[in-house]
Design a protein around this ligand. Sequence first.
Ligand code: GSH
Length: 197
Amino acid sequence: MFRVIGNLRSRTFRVLWMLEELGLPYEHMAAMPQSAEVIRHNPSGKVPVLLVDGTALADSTAILHYLADTNDRFTNRSGTIERARQDSLTNLLLDEFDACLWMAARHSFVLPKEQRVPEIKPSLRWEFSRSATRLASRMDPGSFLAGPGPTVPDFILAHCLVWARTAKFRHAEPVLDSFLQQMSTRPAFHKISGEFA
Ligand SMILES: N[C@@H](CCC(=O)N[C@@H](CS)C(=O)NCC(=O)O)C(=O)O
């Protein structure tokens, strides 16, 4: 039995989504970052954390890879060129999308007030939009990032696009809109996002 620790409005969403996609049983504890329950399992206080038979695993990307690899689904096999390409896309998304959104969040509500530099946000919005245009130029409508079906980076991209909407980070790329539309019609996405309501 897996135990997922982390509030839904965070990268914990990615982990819950993957577990639902894989049809694996889990318990969810919606603890907030930096709460005693999170720090007990992850000294950085960050979520998500996945408890695998009591062993704590932190970082949403590491967790997604662990779940995908151990179930041989939503990933190309480790050691193949397809996997290397998949991993390079995953890292591009973390560098160009996740990092921009997270930096904006830090300077909006995560860092102590006196450490926030709100002036950075227009630059992050511009960078996000430029990254969206660059990524869109290598995507075809209806296709996935690293294979004939969704793999780990597709889940990360879809989550970043949902996050971007909430944070009012805009782009002008129809192929990204149709990608999100496609990913968000998956029953597992519906099941998890329904918990927002
Ligand atoms: N790279 C990590 C980032 C984890 C992270 O920063 N999580 C945020 C919530 S989405 C958090 O817990 N922030 C609290 C903090 O930084 O103090 C991942 O993908 O899990």
